[in-house]
Every structure is written in C-alpha cells, then in structure tokens.
Write a protein that binds this ligand. Structure first.
Ligand code: MCN
Length: 795
C-alpha cells in the first residue's frame, strides 16, 4: 500500500466490519442486568398537563421506577440548553428533559418508566394515566404566520426570531430594474431518517463516581458538556463514547436530547446500567424534522438576465422548540445566493413556532430550500427572457478573479460571509459537457417523436463548509511501528477512519494500513465540537495533518541523534527512517518511538533495536528528557479556521414523465463537484451518491403529513415514502473540479452535504421543462403532478 495515500480512491477500511455485522452500536452495549427505559409521550399537539397518575405502572412486575418532571431537581429540572444563541432569537423555547406542565407537540416525552426489559417498560408506560386539558394547536406555516392562534401565550405572532440581512438598496434596485418577477416557493417538511435511531446507554460507577455514556450522537464532547452540567457532575466525571453510528444526517447533532439526560439520571439513582433505544415511530414523532419553508422572491433583472436586485422573505417552521438556534434559516438566507452576486440583496426570515416536532439541521441545513428558490428563479428569468438557462446563470456568476468575495452578510458561524475560492464558470462548462446540455433538444425531439415527454433541469450551489471554532488531533507512533490517531469528532458512516489514515500515512510516510483511527470517544480526545456542517475533513483532517507534521519533525530529530545525521538529510519511507536514498541506514519509526522514551526495556524487537543505539535500557549519557522536551512520540495539534471554506457544485438531471400515469423517471443524473483537494475521491463520490439519493426523496416523495390537530398522519415507513433503490438513479455521472481552499493546510473543503443541496431544484426544473406546467413546491410527487396536470389542462 502506498504511503502517499492522500488523494487516492482507497476502499473504506471500516466497511468489511460494518457490512459483515461486526459493527457495535449503542444497542449492542449492556447485558442481562441492564435496565430498560420507555417513555410516555404526548398524544396531543398542545395540552396542559393537569395530573399524572403513575401508580398502575408501578404495579407491573419488573418495573423499577417511574419518573416525571417533579422528580427532577436542580439543573436537570431547568429548560434544556439553547445551544447557539443569536441576538435576533428573542423568544427561545427549548423544552425540558420531561414535559413540565404543558406539551407542545405529539411525541413529547412526559414520563419515563424503567423496567427489567423493554417489553415490561412499554407495557407499564401504557398504564400511566395523564389528565390533559387539550388546547388548540397551531400547525402549518401560514397558520403560524397569521398569529391568530398561539403556540405560547406570551409569544405574539408565534415568532421566535425575525432577522434581516442586506447589502445595497435591494428594494430600489428591484423596482427600477428593466424586468421584475415575483414568486412563492413552497418547501415541505421532511426528516433525516437514519437507519439507526437515537440510543443511549448509561453506566454509573458509584465507587469512582464516574458516568460512562454510550450514545448515538454527532458530538460526544457536546453531550459530555451538557450532561455533566445537567446532572451536576464535573466534566471529568463523564466519559462519552460514540460507538458505530448508523447514520445521523443532522438529527443527532442536538445535545442533549431529553433521553440523554434522563437515562444517565436514572442510572445514577438506580446504580444500574440503564438503556433506551428509539423505535421508528418515536423517531418520527420525537426526534427532529427540517426543510419546511415558504420563500417569497421579488427579483429585478436586466435584458441579459443579470440580477440587479433581489428581495427574499422566508417563513421558517421551527416546530415547537429551538434547541439549535437559527442555523437553518440563516443558511437558507445566505446560501441562497449560491455562485451569484446580485447587485443588491435583502433577505428577512421569520422563524415561527408550530405545535410540531422541533426543527434542527438536516443534511444541507437550509441550503436545499434557499437553492431551490434561487435556482428556480434563475429558470424563470431565462424563460421570461427566452434565454438559455445556463447562459442566464453564466451572466450572474462570480468570476474566478473575484475571490475572496465579501458580501457584507453574516454566515451561520457568526463570521462574515466570505467565499474563499472557486471557479463557477468552469463548473458550468464541465456540467454542460457531462450532461450533454447542448444535445438535449435533439434528444427531446426524438423522444417526442416516440410519444415521450422528457425535460432537463439544473441546480447550482455554493456551500459554506468546515466552520470553526476548532478541532484537534492526536497522533502517536507506537513502539510496534503502528500509528494511533484520535480526534474528537464522531463518525456516522462518512469513512473518517479511512480518510484520516490516508492523511497521516501521507504526512508521516508510513503504510496506510498501519494507521489506526479513533473518533468520538472523550477518553481518547476530550476537546471537540462535532460532526456537522461538512466540517470533519476540513477541521479534524487539518488538525490531524498538523499533529502528524509535528510527529514527523520529532521523529526525524530523534532518529538524527541515533543515526548521527542531520534531520534535514533524513526521510521516512514505508515507516522506516533513513538517510535519504540509503535504505541500509533504515531504522523503524517504532524503534524511534522507543528511543523517545528515557526508560527502555527490551521487551520487543523495537526496544532491542533501540538499545543498540543507546547502549542500554536507560541512556544515562543524556538528560532523559531534554529541557522543553517530552518522552513518547506523540503530538497533539488543533486547527481553527479564520472563516468557513466554500465548496460548490452543479447538478443536472434529465427526467421522463409518463403522459398517462405522471410517473417520474430519472434518466440521467450528472454532478460536477468542487470540494477543493480530495482526500479520497471514492469517499467523496459515495457521499455525493448518498446525498443525491436523499435529495431524490426530498424532491419527489417525502412529506411529514401533519393534520390540523397536529397528528403526524404518516409516522411509519408504510406511509412516509423514502425512495427505494428503484427510485434512485442507478448511476450518477460525476466530474470533479479542485479549487484548493487557501484557508487550511490541505486545501480541502467539505463534501458531506453536497449531494442533497440542489437536487430538488434540478428535478423540479426538469419536471417543469418536461411538462410545461409551473412547479413551485418541493416535493412534487407523481400524484401531485397528476393533479397539477388536471388543474392546468382541464379536458
Ligand atoms: N472528504 C474527502 N475530501 C474532501 C472532503 C471530504 O475525502 N475534500 C471525505 C471526508 O474525509 C469524509 C467524507 O468525505 O470521510 C465527508 O467529509 P466532510 O464533508 O468533512 O463531512 P463530515 O465528515 O463533517 O460529515 C458530516 C456530513 C454531514 S453535515 C451530514 S448531515 C452527513 C454527511 O456528512 N451525514 C452522513 N454524510 C453522511 N454520510 C453517512 N454515511 N451518514 C451520515 O449520517
């Protein structure tokens, strides 16, 4: 295996284990003595809790405890933390670990039952009697915006936040422009739906006064901080371990989820392991959703389609609680701009409470909505002017020489919106060739001759990835010659073990297979922010590279002493340090690791080799640790970017719509993607494939169907339509562009969300192109298309 693995399409080393059933997930932790929790959840979307009678539940054989909010004290009884405050978030509501005196959505946890097994816990939960005063719920964006009925009596207009960002005088630019169009784009509610739901297992060691928590999270250090604070423990009393996680896609970013408080809280009180594994229905009604937005666009443009002024108003459905601040609407309102820079811009978003499941970032986090609005607006400008859709976009592209680009707006990380690098015209040209844009009309004519309807659609996007504040990495050369790497971010299937090993193998000059990576375990690495916002590669990758560079430097220095050479004359080849070009001088890095330790016993081959250099187990001729030095061959470093780096891409899709049934078939899907330097193109392409599959779900099928009473009418996979393999394009044509980021040592940008961002925009555009019927919402299912046809073309 190559030691210059960076950039190679190496197969993911974690996969053989995961696909042969050897993964270890939270639910795999524990034994027969473990107690199981089940939650009594609200059947009402909005209700006051008058009384809770848990006594029948207590009577069930095997029930150990029943807890309500009244049992909680101190910080555990306080509202859950607001994770990312924002000055415009004037009315934050975050909820409680167990509902206090009111429930605000169906599925909200009210009572926890702990029993000897899950069946007993579930049965007993069904016996808890709760007396509710049922209140009228607020469901749907338009109803929330009308403000006639309120989710919280003390929050007028249901508005958690109203926020405006602008540059230039957009209103005048729009009004004075030669042409003006107005639209309303309607994006439905959807959700992440990872294969593994949430799960928590807690163990309390009363002797050590130490809590160990296994949880399916995207931020182990975040959970540790929140849980220790909520349970009144010192940070050092809590270890959080994230074992294998079966997908997150954003929903596992919240910390703490109520169950992450309640399960350890019970474990401490009961002195027994307690666990909870979410079932699918719970996931539907008590985890998080996203997307739901109404975007109103007012655009002014010239004869070439250049956007002179753009005004956007966004209504954002935030559900009943806002634990995660305003990230989603901020992303929608800033990333809407994509690869363009309108002459003037004003966006206002209103974050509204509704009596539905809370909203937190879902892969793309607001960008699919913003991009939908912008890209569909570009399509309509082209249509209005009778111009080519790619040409109108090209007229608006930021040019390569314009970077860095400052917008005078604020990004979701609290830093200025500043694009670092990119080449959008080059993306467009690659896409034109990849999808066969110029040949499409010929294809359409041929299809028409056969009685078929086909259409083509486009979607461009720019994505701020790798936000700070920091991530760290620890790299340690073991005496065996293997290299251990630890970073705090967690993995949900992104292939971090492989990619980070590639970085270290390249930086250190060691075989890729000899690098062992650990993620998401606070015992190994205690400082971290987490895996979201496509930041793993940029943040942890950079930190690990910096740490590996330090290790390399020390390895060369130590080996130089041993080989009586100048460090500058040495190189590391396949894990051996040698005088450049002279393998006869080679000494293994494991041996150098032994040399780095003043106390050496000849336990193993590396130690025996080391004693040859130093003349004995302890080298008394030198101070064992030079001033300012340290034993061991390991280093830690951190990376903190000045601001986010901006990846970009463009999708094009060709669809066929059945003239009779309105079935929508994707004939071709093309992606051109720029995430700067790629660590592993195979992983990047896998990320794009997964993202496109999720995007197809959002574009064509997925809706959280709330009725007026706030009941989720399709809370199972029988009714919530996720695309099967039969609906997802079987092949996706991908081409890459690499514009390195100047902001980090590896020149990388994030890739994890790219596939999902413009998918809906491109597919909606293709359907519109095939049908000639305006498509203004996401998703557009075959049955909706059927209805639209009837409305547009009554017989
Ligand atoms: N990568 C690369 N070269 C680059 C950029 C990335 O080789 N220039 C690789 C990385 O090394 C990593 C993968 O691509 O293995 C994704 O990297 P990155 O873009 O940094 O994203 P994160 O590691 O931060 O992962 C989070 C991102 C997000 S925000 C969501 S949501 C998401 C996603 O990744 N959730 C996922 N991809 C997912 N994939 C799986 N299987 N499961 C999820 O829950």
């Amino acid at each position: 295996m190559s030691t210059s693995a960076f950039g190679e399409p190496v197969k993911r080393t974690e996969d053989p284990r995961l696909v042969t059933g050897k993964g270890r997930y939270v639910d795999d932790i524990g034994d027969d003595r473990t107690l199981h929790a089940a939650f009594v959840r609200s059947p009402h979307a909005r209700a006051r809790i008058r009384d809770i009678d848990p006594y029948d539940a207590y009577e069930v054989d095997g029930v150990v405890a029943v807890y309500t909010w009244d049992d909680l004290q101190g910080p555990a009884a306080e509202p859950l933390p607001l994770l990312i405050p924002h000055p415009d978030l004037t009315h934050p509501r975050t909820g409680y670990a167990l509902a206090r005196d009111q429930v605000n959505h169906v599925g909200e946890a009210i009572v926890m039952v702990v029993a000897r097994d899950r069946y007993v816990a579930e049965d007993a939960a069904g016996l808890v009697k709760i007396d509710y005063e049922v209140l009228k719920p607020v469901v749907g964006l338009r109803k929330a915006a009308a403000g006639e009925e309120l989710v919280y009596d003390d929050i007028p207009g249901n508005a958690a936040a109203v926020s405006t960002q602008a540059y230039g005088d957009a209103a005048s630019q729009v009004a004075d422009a030669p042409h003006r169009l107005q639209f309303e784009w309607d994006i439905e509610r959807s959700a992440c739906m990872p294969m593994e739901g949430k799960g928590v297992h807690a163990r309390w060691d009363a002797h050590e006064e130490k809590l160990t928590l296994w949880t399916a999270t995207q931020t182990s250090t975040g959970v540790r901080g929140a849980v220790s604070a909520k349970l009144g423990l010192d940070l050092t009393q809590v270890d959080v371990i994230t074992p294998d996680v079966g997908g997150g896609f954003g929903v596992k970013i919240v910390h703490p989820w109520p169950e992450e408080i309640m399960v350890p809280w019970a474990a401490i009180r009961l002195g027994r392991d307690v666990k909870w594994t979410e079932d699918r229905r719970e996931h539907f009604v008590s985890s998080a959703h996203e997307r739901a937005q109404l975007l109103t666009v007012d655009v002014g443009f010239d004869d070439d389609g250049r956007v002179l002024g753009l005004e956007v108003d966004i209504l954002h459905d935030h559900g009943a609680y806002i634990p995660y601040g305003l990230i989603v609407p901020i992303n929608a309102s800033t990333q809407l701009l994509g690869p363009y820079r309108p002459g003037a811009y004003r966006v206002t978003f209103t974050s509204l409470y509704t009596n539905t499941v809370l909203v937190t970032p879902y892969r793309g986090a607001g960008r699919p909505q913003g991009v939908y609005a912008m890209e569909r607006t570009m399509d309509r400008i082209a249509q209005y002017l009778g111009k080519d859709r790619l040409d109108v976009r090209a007229a608006n592209f930021i040019q390569p020489e314009d970077f860095p680009v400052d917008f005078g707006l604020m990004f979701q990380d609290g830093r200025p919106l500043r694009y670092d690098s990119g080449n959008y015209p080059a993306l467009a040209e690659k896409l034109r060739a990849l999808v066969g844009w110029d040949d499409f009309e010929k294809f359409r004519d041929e299809a028409r001759a056969e009685g078929r309807q086909v259409g083509i659609g486009l979607g461009f996007y720019v994505e701020g990835t790798g936000p700070g504040p920091y991530e760290g990495g620890h790299v340690q050369v073991l005496t065996s010659g293997k290299v251990k790497v630890a970073t705090g971010i967690t993995s949900q299937g992104q292939g971090h073990q492989t990619a980070f090993a590639q970085i270290v193998a390249t930086e250190l000059g060691v075989p890729f297979e000899d690098v062992i990576v650990t993620t998401g375990d606070t015992r190994r690495f205690g400082y971290s922010v987490g895996t979201f916002a496509s930041r793993g590669a940029v943040m942890s990758g950079s930190a690990i590279a910096l740490a590996a560079r330090k290790v390399r430097e020390r390895t060369l220095r130590l080996a130089a002493d041993a080989l009586e050479a100048d460090p500058g004359d040495l190189e590391i080849v396949d894990g051996m340090v040698q005088v450049k070009g002279d393998p006869s001088t080679a000494v293994g890095i494991g041996t150098v690791a032994v040399l780095s330790n003043p106390l050496r016993y000849a336990f193993d081959e590396a130690s025996k080799a080391a004693t040859q250099f130093s003349g004995g187990p302890v080298d008394y001729s030198q101070p064992p640790v030079a001033p300012g030095g340290k034993p061991g061959l390991d280093e830690t470093d951190y990376y903190s970017p000045p601001y986010s780096t901006f990846a970009a891409g463009a999708h094009a899709v060709i669809v066929e719509t059945d003239p009779d049934t309105a079935e929508i078939t994707i004939l071709k899907y093309a992606v051109v993607h720029d995430c700067g330097k790629m660590i592993n193109p195979r992983i990047v392409e896998g990320q794009i494939h997964g993202g496109v599959a999720q995007g197809v779900g959002g574009a064509l099928y997925e809706v959280m169907a709330y009725d007026e009473a706030g009941q989720l009418a399709n809370a199972s996979f029988m009714d919530f339509l996720m695309p099967y393999v039969s609906e997802v394009p079987t092949s996706i044509d991908i081409d890459h562009l690499e514009t390195p980021s100047p902001l980090n040592p590896l020149g990388i940008k994030g890739a994890g969300e790219a596939g999902v961002i413009p998918t809906s925009a491109a597919i909606a555009a293709a359907i519109e192109d095939a049908e000639g019927i305006p498509i203004v919402r996401m998703p557009i299912s075959p049955s909706e298309l059927f209805d639209l046809r009837r409305a547009e073309r009554p017989e």
